[in-house]
Design a protein around this ligand. Sequence first.
Ligand SMILES: [Zn+2]
Length: 188
Amino acid sequence: MTGSGQAAYEARRALADCVECMEFVDVMTYLDELLVDKYGYPTVHEARRQELAENIRLGLVAGYTPGQMICFAWRAADTAAGWKERNARMGPPEASTATIIRNKIEKAIEVHHSIPEYDTSRWRQPPVALFALRKLNADVQRVFDRSVIEDCPDCDHQGWRETDAETLIRCVHQPASVDEDPADSAKD
Ligand SMILES: [Zn+2]
């Protein structure tokens, strides 16, 4: 996965695409569950799903995290339900969420709103595979991250490290996530 060459590059690309796709499906599913379970509306209608899909993609491409997208979905459903209560002529809330989520994302991009990350794990489990693939993807991305490479003392500026056998291998930049025993690092 961290190797060089076209095949490894394509494997990394496929992994990133797969995670992106799962994040996207997860936001769609969350919104549907919210409409049905919290508000008692139907799921977003087939005819509006394409538009909703494009709007969710817009947010992910703009760099919002899955947690922030969950926040947009929550606010969109909440706004749609509020409108519905005040004005019956607004049409079904499950239909207007697609438009509302777009407005909220565009507005946030325009005025640089800071959007909180919503964690839904207390009452809802995202697919287990999503956690595993998210982590794998993040680990792989980290190996190629410019700033991580620059901070790593073990490799050159392109992320290559020389082994005892005097061959170059891709450095994985000893994980920062592992809690180091201070006594161990003091010995270095
Ligand atoms: Zn390194």
